[in-house]
Design a protein around this ligand. Structure first.
Ligand code: AMP
Length: 273
């Protein structure tokens, strides 16, 4: 497996490749969620490239940039065993310069929900994903539905800027008890973890309500709040696949999203119904 730390070295390698290229961007501390994306890519492409980069521009002042888990040795082993051909792990200075062009998230869809609670987060996320897509020029790039709004905005960027990459959405990987895998789960104490489970329980409860005929978003959201045991709820929202709010659930076209704090940890989860 090749390891690159500069954009130039990655570009030279990329130019030597023929055939289809799958790309999986990550911030490292890889878990089974990331591995499922990598496996999809390895199964469907001639070459797979993974990036590992904790992107500072998508963290807000006061967020967990400094303590975000970094496990580069273990990550490289995981990539090698999964059949990854190259890993790109740049320093911040290698991919950013102080006075550079900026690409900004859309004013509406980039500033609701996650974008409302983390203003500017999606600007930084899209800036780095655009750079990475331009460097790797992948045939397909793999993103988890776990970060549903991120996935939507990346699909929109690819559409709006005519990028020549297929974005492949991947299912959310969960622990056996339902907790969605996240690199941030390691912050949770045992008692926090039990309360963190109430996010997926609330989403499951919403599904049961919908199966039994409930369609009204407000009624579903109120019931979900009864299930949640968190320190602070940022939002529960029911939207369509374009992130427009729905008064009523439309089956097979809706996403139910939660963001909440448990202890000092901010968690997100969602279900596509
Ligand atoms: P991150 O390292 O958190 O930036 O995530 C990198 C990619 O992995 C993103 O496309 C995430 O949506 C995806 N991902 C993270 N957690 C999960 C999960 N539990 N299941 C599926 N994909 C995930």
């Amino acid at each position: 497996m090749r390891e690159f730390t500069t954009p130039q070295a990655l570009q030279t390698f990329r130019r030597s490749l023929t055939g289809s290229i799958g790309f999986v961007p990550t911030m490292g501390a890889l878990h089974n969620g990331h591995i499922s994306l990598i496996k999809e890519s390895v199964a469907h492409n001639d070459h797979t490239i993974v990036s590992i980069f904790v992107n500072p521009t998508q963290f807000l002042e006061g967020e967990d940039l400094d303590k975000y888990p970094r496990k580069i040795e273990a990550d490289l082993k995981i990539c090698e065993m999964a059949g990854v051909e190259a890993v790109f792990m740049p320093t911040t200075d290698a991919v950013y310069n102080p006075d550079e062009m900026r690409f900004l998230a859309p004013r509406v869809k980039g500033y609701i929900l996650e974008g409302y609670h983390r203003p500017g987060h999606f600007d930084g996320m899209l800036q780095i994903v655009l750079k990475l897509l331009n460097l790797v020029r992948p045939t397909r790039a793999y993103f988890g539905k776990k970060d549903a709004q991120q996935l939507y905005l990346i699909q929109k960027m690819v559409h709006d800027l005519y990028l020549d990459t297929e974005i492949v959405p991947c299912e959310i990987v969960r622990e056996e008890d339902g907790l969605a895998l996240s690199s941030r789960n390691i912050y949770l104490s045992d008692s926090d973890r039990i309360r963190a489970l109430t996010l997926s329980k609330a989403l499951k409860h919403a599904t049961h309500l919908i199966i039994s005929g409930e369609r009204k978003s407000e009624a579903i959201i109120q019931e979900m709040k009864q299930v949640l045991n968190v320190d602070k709820l940022d939002y529960i929202a029911i939207v369509d696949r374009n992130f427009d709010r729905l008064e009523e659930v439309i089956v097979k076209e809706s996403i139910i999203l939660i963001a909440a704090w448990v202890g000092g940890t901010r968690l997100i989860d969602n279900i596509w119904v």
